[in-house]
Write a protein of this length. Structure first.
Length: 361
């Protein structure tokens, strides 16, 4: 069975084709991605209307590219999956509309997928996939969550940010330092030349006793320190502040993740989302987990950001586990705000309109 997946929740247009087999894990046949990074950088962040319009321009050419790379045609597609939410409403509607219209034209079913479930399951596309159960740290521009994952569709929220996400802390701090958009990777590059102990920045909720996060106060502390440095700040001071900022964010993410591992007794941690590509975070998590006899799993580096492969994969795994209710009537909606916990258990969270159950490949 072949699943064609569309991702359009924010500023990346992703399309991918995944193949499933009854006796094995889903396999990525081809994927293509267009990022709006250069276009959105001119505005210092994502402009939703521009994002939606760019998705419209990119989605069909990317689909043709994926099918050509896979050596397939639309007739070979069995299910069309798309990101239903969360994300920007207009951007989501582009991917959902194209996917459902294409499915209807082909006489094939469609399936709406939770964006964060795609991230959470993306390490299964790596060379060595984790086994259930495991803990998951979801870290992206809009989300920071710790989840207990018992299996596909079985997720329990352990902790989350009460204000800014880790990715927002990276991006907003980078903007303060004049690093442009996207800020996270730029700040990490600058941090490589700085002293992470140069400035005593706060580690919010580090000793709270729970698994929640908070990064708004850290952003304020970075802004205050930057003002103290003045307008003639030298390059080394900027690098030192970047390194100190990165260290503060990573220290909190690592401490909470290791605490969750210790409390759960589990020995597997999955890290997914754009911030999961940060090398300092990976180094610290790997070292800390090893001391606890645990192991950390990541998606392939190219699949850390939003992409169509993770959506096609999540759909394929849901189909294999009998957790999908397929759309066959051309109806759809999107959910810009959609807690991941809502898709847990046997709830048919992807059901829209009148669907037909599908138990597996």
């Amino acid at each position: 069975m072949k699943v064609l997946g569309f991702e359009s929740s924010c500023d990346e247009t992703g399309v991918a084709l995944v193949e499933t087999h009854a006796d094995g894990a889903p396999r990525l046949l081809a994927e293509a991605l267009h990022t709006q990074m250069q276009m959105q950088a001119a505005y210092g962040g994502v402009v939703p209307e521009l994002a939606s319009r760019d998705h419209i321009r990119r989605v069909l050419p990317l689909t043709r590219t994926v099918l050509a790379q896979a050596g397939c045609t639309l007739a070979d597609v069995d299910v069309v999956a798309y990101t239903r939410g969360p994300g920007l409403a207009g951007a989501l509607l582009v991917g959902a509309g194209v996917a459902v219209a294409l499915a209807a034209a082909l006489g094939k079913p469609a399936l709406g997928i939770h964006h964060l479930e795609g991230h959470l399951l993306s390490p299964f596309l790596g060379d060595e996939a984790p086994s259930f159960p495991f803990l998951a740290l979801l870290v992206s521009g809009g989300h920071t969550q710790l989840m207990h994952v018992e299996g596909v569709g079985r997720y329990a929220l352990l902790g989350e940010t009460i204000d800014d996400a880790a990715g927002e802390a990276f991006d907003k701090s980078a903007k303060l330092l004049g690093l442009g958009y996207p800020g996270g990777p730029a700040l990490a590059r600058l941090a490589a030349f700085g002293n992470p102990k140069a400035y005593a920045l706060p580690r919010p909720l580090l000793h709270s006793g729970n698994l929640d996060f908070s990064f708004a106060g850290l952003k304020t502390a970075v802004m205050t320190q930057h003002r103290k440095l003045g307008s003639n700040v030298c390059d080394q001071d900027r690098a030192d502040l970047a390194a100190s900022t990165q260290a503060a964010i990573v220290d909190v993410l690592v401490a909470k993740s290791l605490k969750a591992l210790q409390r759960s007794g589990l020995k597997r941690l999955v890290v997914a989302g754009g911030v999961g590509a940060n090398q300092h975070l990976r180094d610290q998590l790997n070292a800390g987990a090893a001391k606890q006899g645990a192991r950390v799993f990541y998606p392939p580096l190219a699949l850390c950001t939003d992409n169509g492969a993770m959506i096609a994969l999540a759909a394929a795994l849901r189909l294999q586990h009998g957790l999908a209710v397929l759309q066959t009537d051309g109806a759809f909606d999107v959910r810009p705000r959609w807690p991941l916990a809502d898709v847990s258990g046997d709830v048919a969270a992807t059901k829209v309109g009148r669907g037909t159950g599908f138990a597996g490949p």
